[in-house]
Design a protein around this ligand. Structure first.
Ligand code: GUN
Length: 292
């Protein structure tokens, strides 16, 4: 069994992006500029945005964080988005989710100019992705593909079972892996799937993205399978300083010995997602998806 080490792969890709930014700047261009909008005081969101900001610094991007109070109205947020859409100095931006309950996330996503939607959440980018056109790919699916590529995991003709049909992970990764180049046969499972354990046991590659801690057990895994764990559930712990720890969707200790490759939680898919955001911001800076 080999661990797919997201931290190590992310570090290697970060270096690669940093050298591409250096070359871009050496050629007389300004560095790519990512903006992030953070509404309210959600602790996890503040941490994530902090990590994104730090990573921007490490690869040589400019970054701006716009912090808005919890009481910000939907109208005021949409006005900020319109301003960022028009700001020629900003190549791409994200609005960190979740948003306060009084703001429609869908409205916000659709208000972002697809050319600046480096999260890849806008339906135009989703549609382009599904059509196999150049697009900003959503971070988690792209991070999974990078990991599979780094470890040279054969995907062509393999049966990939995805558990979870979310807009940001399950459905896009299922679609991407079915496309030319990856050539998987894909089964997308969800809460209404019958005989789930049996279906998952048929998977050469299993992607667990349902958001239920330690749901995938050893009896569901075919010996030698590749297991990618997207889950991150925070649970209380008296063994950590913070008072909580992260659990994946896979019962790691019993599943790992059966696998050929597996991602840990934390340190698997998680660190890769920021790299995907950096890749998209570099694409935005170069005008690779929509032109300059
Ligand atoms: N919240 C959790 N993950 C993400 C992400 O990838 N993008 C945004 N905008 N919000 C998030």
């Amino acid at each position: 069994m080999q661990i797919m080490d997201g931290k190590e792969v992310a570090a290697s890709l970060r270096k690669q992006i940093a050298s591409e930014v250096e070359a871009l700047v050496a050629a007389g261009n300004r560095p790519p500029h990512l903006a992030a909008v953070l509404v309210g005081n959600d602790g996890a969101s503040q941490t994530y945005v902090g990590h994104k900001e730090k990573c921007c610094g490490e690869v040589g991007f400019r970054s701006t964080v716009l912090r808005l109070p919890e009481e910000t109205t939907e109208e005021a947020l949409l006005a900020e988005i319109a301003r960022l859409n028009a700001d020629l100095d900003v190549d791409g931006f994200i609005v960190q989710l979740p948003l306060p309950k009084h703001i429609s996330e869908q409205k916000v996503i659709e208000a972002i100019d697809p050319r600046k939607d480096v999260d890849g959440f806008h339906p135009v980018n989703t549609g382009r992705m599904i059509s196999g056109l150049p697009a900003y790919l959503p971070a988690t699916p792209d991070g999974i593909l990078e990991l599979l590529g780094y470890y040279k995991i054969e995907t062509a003709g393999k049966h990939c079972v995805v558990i979870g049909r979310s807009n940001i992970v399950g459905r896009p990764i299922a679609n991407l892996l079915s496309q030319k180049g990856w050539d998987c046969t894909v089964t997308l499972c969800h809460s209404r799937t019958k005989n789930l354990a049996e279906v998952v046991r048929g998977g050469d590659i299993v992607i667990a993205a349902l958001g239920k801690a330690e749901f995938v057990t050893a009896d569901m895994i075919k010996p030698g399978a590749v297991v990618v764990d997207v889950g991150i559930t925070r649970v209380p712990s008296d063994r950590t300083k913070s008072g909580w720890k992260l659990l994946g969707d896979v019962k790691f200790d019993e599943v790992a010995p059966k696998c050929s490759y597996i991602t840990p939680v934390p340190g698997g898919v998680g660190p890769m997602t920021i790299i995907s955001l950096m890749k998209n911001t570099l694409k935005a800076g170069r005008g690779e998806v929509y032109g300059k």
